[in-house]
Design a protein around this ligand. Structure first.
Ligand code: IMP
Ligand code: MG
Length: 172
């Protein structure tokens, strides 16, 4: 068992998610919105977020390899599972659990533009700007967090702890 310390409570996360959903509902009101959720980390955030968005939307999933058994980002991005609906001329909201170096999300954004998306916006529940290696425009950000390895609310360490309801700092 690793040492855990709560950084953000379940209640604070829920409040933030509903505020983000309200903004998104307002900003994309007249558009054909496609939510692309980046697996596996953002499955919980996506489920909460889309249920609070009150405009019509479609949901697709995509998995890209980033972290393995270590806490260091590997340089290369591989699409391990691709979206199953077309995004040509669609407005896409790319939903991430956390933006860290920024490499994953900026490559995924390019990838969706290559697939013909009209517009790709980035939405993340957590952001660790201290570790950025590439400039990324995060359009919707829940919480800016310090440079710590965190788990819970979908985020893992070695595939564990995704089911925690709050966000915790883990000491490895
Ligand atoms: P980036 O490409 O460095 O921005 O990495 C983004 C991905 O790394 C996220 O989608 C997460 O899956 C993972 N990641 C980054 N920081 C953490 C963390 O503190 N805890 C768990 N996963 C993390
Ligand atoms: Mg992960």
């Amino acid at each position: 068992m690793h040492k855990m310390e709560e950084l953000i409570s379940e209640k604070d996360i829920a409040e933030k998610v509903s505020n983000m959903a309200a903004l998104i509902s307002r900003d994309f009101k007249e558009q054909d919105l496609t939510v692309v959720s980046v697996l596996k980390g953002s499955f919980i955030f996506t489920a909460d977020l889309v249920r609070s968005i009150n405009i019509p939307l479609e949901v697709a999933f995509l998995a890209a390899s980033s972290y393995g058994a270590s806490t260091q980002s590997s340089g290369e991005l591989k699409i391990r599972y691709d979206i199953d609906i077309p995004v040509e001329n669609k407005t896409v909201l790319l939903v991430e659990d956390i933006v860290d170096t920024g490499l994953t999300i900026s490559r995924l954004k390019d990838y969706l533009y290559e697939k013909g998306a009209k517009c790709v916006k980035i939405c993340t529940i957590f952001d660790k700007p201290d570790r950025r290696k590439i400039q990324v425009d995060v359009d919707y950000c829940g919480f800016v967090i310090p440079n710590e390895f965190v788990v819970g609310y979908g985020l893992d360490y070695n595939n564990k702890y995704r089911n925690l309801k709050n966000l915790c700092k883990i000491t490895i």
